[in-house]
Write a protein that binds this ligand. Structure first.
Ligand code: BJW
Length: 251
């Protein structure tokens, strides 16, 4: 049944996509859900359904229990490496091929957009595959395993941590600046698979809207408000995005 799901796309949106010259896309955990990675806030399967964010995704949590945090991320790193990009990631690669200026801003740390073949990817919350020193904030390519968990920095002996952005930490400055510019200057802004709760990423959608872009929201949440230049498409991104691409650029 779901294999034949083929949503009908609003004509105004199909035309806006076909004609867009500058597109910015903000993605969140929902776009990787169909690859098999859990989201954060799904009440049943989300990562925060089993763990409290303050116990895992803050610098304070890491100081308090570095082993727990390191091992939680090690498990997620393995999961991310084992799954493949899905139809939604691939549809964004296709859109990038058609549009002169395309910026893919992701809150995800799983690297699936790059693995799908997207080129202009801006990582707002880091990448789980990278490791950095907790004390020096320096990203490391390699280190000697001594059996310690977490491993130690070969430069200063401090603890190593994943290169992701935890609550209370600043986003990478250059990435955030690029994201702001893309959101402020696009014709069409997509928000895909994100609850839009976490700041400052969530405000990018408001910025794009304020600057006059057409906004497209794709997630599983029921639309609260839909009005001029705002499309809320309710359903799985892996079905909706390919259908939208097919409608905008029929073979
Ligand atoms: C599907 C689908 C399918 C499912 N198809 N859709 C202003 C007000 C209040 C608080 C703040 C504020 N400004 C800053 C803050 C504090 C804080 C914050 O935002 N708190 C909120 C909880 C309120 N922000 C920060 O601390 C940020 N730093 C910062 O602001 O620095 C400046 C500063 C410093 C010090 C003091 C004050 C300011 C940093 C935020 C870092 C977030 N980090 C995490 C963890 C990353 C590492 C890791 O992966 O573990 O990032 S938290 C987590 O949430 C992760 C995600 O990137 C992020 C967003 O989640 P996302 O992607 O939206 O996932 P979900 O689960 O929420 O939603 C999934 C969606 O998908 C749903 O809508 C589903 O319907 C949908 N879906 N399946 C389509 N198949």
């Amino acid at each position: 049944m779901s294999e034949t799901f083929s949503p009908t796309m609003p004509l105004g949106l199909v035309e806006a996509l076909h004609n867009a010259r500058r597109i910015a896309v903000l993605t969140g955990a929902g776009i990787s859900a169909e690859s098999g990675l859990p989201t954060f806030r799904d009440p049943m399967t989300g990562l925060w359904a089993s763990y409290r964010p303050e116990e895992l995704a803050t610098p304070q949590a890491f100081r308090r229990n570095p082993r727990l945090v390191w091992e939680w991320y090690a498990k997620r790193r393995e999961m991310a490496a084992q799954v493949a990009p899905n139809a939604a990631h691939l549809a964004l690669v296709e859109i990038e091929r058609h549009v002169p200026a395309f910026t893919l801003i992701t809150q995800n740390v799983d690297g699936l957009h790059q693995r799908a073949g997207s080129h202009n990817v801006v990582e707002l919350h880091g990448n789980i595959a990278r490791t950095k020193c907790f004390d020096e904030d320096v990203v490391l390519d390699s280190w000697e395993g001594t059996g310690e968990v977490p491993p130690r920095c070969p430069r200063c002996g401090g603890m190593l941590r994943p290169d992701v952005v935890w609550f209370g930490e600043q986003l990478p400055e250059q990435a955030f600046q690029t994201a702001i510019e893309a959101a402020a200057n696009c014709d069409l802004f997509f928000s895909i698979g994100t609850s839009g709760i976490v700041e400052p990423a969530a405000s990018l959608t408001q910025l794009a809207r304020h600057m006059g872009a057409t906004i497209v929201i794709i997630n599983l949440e029921v639309a609260r408000l839909v009005e001029g230049k705002l499309y809320h498409l309710n359903g799985p991104a892996g079905k909706i995005l390919p259908a939208l691409v097919r409608a905008a650029w029929p073979q």
